[in-house]
Structure formats: structure tokens, C-alpha cells
Design a protein around this ligand. Structure first.
Ligand SMILES: Cc1cc2nc3c(=O)[nH]c(=O)nc-3n(C[C@H](O)[C@H](O)[C@H](O)COP(=O)(O)O)c2cc1C
Length: 177
């Protein structure tokens, strides 16, 4: 089985998972900037990985446009975010990005990444600074902020990395099944 891994990564977390997968599967691996519909046709199975930005999966547009290509091919999509892997959040991400019909064409996994403010581009730094300001304001007003939000605030000063090679085991088992 010839597998292609395509990944969209801004600060390296998705890239790390994609490379672990490529290593395990001896699969071809390329970035989202390099993928074309023509290239997809050369493979029997696909793994697409993208990071979460405000709930949206990086790369989802390409995936949605090419969903017809996945018929009769084993297709996996994984998303990587800073949040912990909770079942309700994973369902939310899936439903926000893909229709019920689209979801029939692939299996979805969530592989927890991390957060590195220093590696972000200019636009994302601004977005995250606004979010930080809002969270701090909430905190000062005595409004409740969640454990996740507290973790996010702490991560601005010290990058956090929750990636773990063990997280890919379930995905690998599905691909080999
Ligand atoms: C503007 C912005 C929005 C983000 N939104 C989310 C989000 O909705 N959920 C989440 O879990 N992580 C979110 N994150 C964190 C990234 O998804 C996380 O850092 C991920 O590991 C980045 O992977 P990458 O470096 O491969 O792109 C956000 C980060 C930024 C900069």
C-alpha cells in the first residue's frame, strides 16, 4: 500500500507528527504547499495533518475540494492543537470543519501539539496578543477562566510541547487494519 502524508504546519508540531508517521510507514511526505490533485492519484491511502487555528483545520480547504478522490482509498485526517484531547472537543472540531457527508470519506484523529508564541508569524502573534489581553482582562475582573485558558496564558512565556510518539499508535493501527 502506497501512502502519502500531506501536512500543514506553522510552528512545527504537525510536522513532527507527520515525520513520525512517515518514519513508521516508510511513506512519502510533502507539505500542503506542494500537494496537487494530480499527485493524489498516485497513492492508495492518504494521511492529511493540519493544525487548529480558531477551531479551523489548516489545509481543510484542499481536503474538502478533493474529497471525491478519497473514495475507495483509505484516508485519515488528523488535527493538532494546543488543547487537551477531549472527546467533545474532537467531535466539535470535526463537525465545524466537515459536513456529515464529507466525514464518511475519512477517519479523524486528534493528536495534541503544543504552543510556541516565538515561532508564530506576525499576524498570528497579533491575534494571540488580543486573546491574551482578553484573558487577562477576564482574570482581573474576577471572571472564571478555565484550566485550558490558564495553560494558554502560561504558554506565552514558556513554549509548551505535548507531542508524544505514542499518540500516533491508534492512527497507525487504523491504517493497518
Ligand atoms: C491564532 C491561533 C489560534 C489557535 N487556535 C487554536 C484552537 O482553536 N484550538 C487549539 O487547540 N489550538 C489552537 N491554537 C494552537 C495551535 O493549534 C497549536 O499551537 C498547534 O500545535 C500548532 O501546530 P503547528 O505548529 O504545526 O501549526 C491556536 C494558535 C494560534 C496562533
Amino acid at each position: 500500500m502506497k501512502t502519502l502524508i500531506v501536512y500543514w504546519s506553522k510552528t512545527g508540531f504537525v510536522k513532527k507528527y507527520a515525520e513520525w508517521l512517515a518514519d513508521e510507514l516508510e511513506a512519502d511526505i510533502i507539505t500542503g504547499a506542494e500537494i496537487t490533485t494530480v499527485k493524489l492519484k498516485e497513492y492508495d491511502s492518504y494521511i492529511f495533518g493540519g493544525s487548529l487555528y480558531a477551531g479551523g483545520i489548516n489545509g481543510a480547504n484542499f481536503i474538502k475540494k478533493n474529497i471525491k478522490e478519497f473514495q475507495n482509498k483509505k484516508t485519515i485526517i488528523f488535527a493538532t492543537g494546543a488543547s487537551a484531547a477531549k472527546t467533545n472537543i474532537i467531535e466539535e472540531i470535526k463537525n465545524k470543519n466537515f459536513t456529515a457527508a464529507e466525514q464518511e470519506s475519512f477517519e479523524f484523529f486528534y493528536l495534541r501539539g503544543g504552543f510556541n508564541y516565538n515561532k508564530l508569524g506576525f499576524k498570528d502573534k497579533i491575534l494571540m496578543s488580543i486573546m491574551k489581553w482578553k484573558l487577562n482582562r477576564k482574570n482581573k475582573k474576577g471572571e472564571e477562566i478555565t484550566e485550558e485558558e490558564k495553560g494558554m496564558l502560561a504558554a506565552y512565556d514558556n513554549p509548551v510541547d505535548f507531542t508524544n510518539r505514542n499518540n500516533i499508535k491508534e492512527l497507525l493501527a487504523y491504517l493497518k487494519s
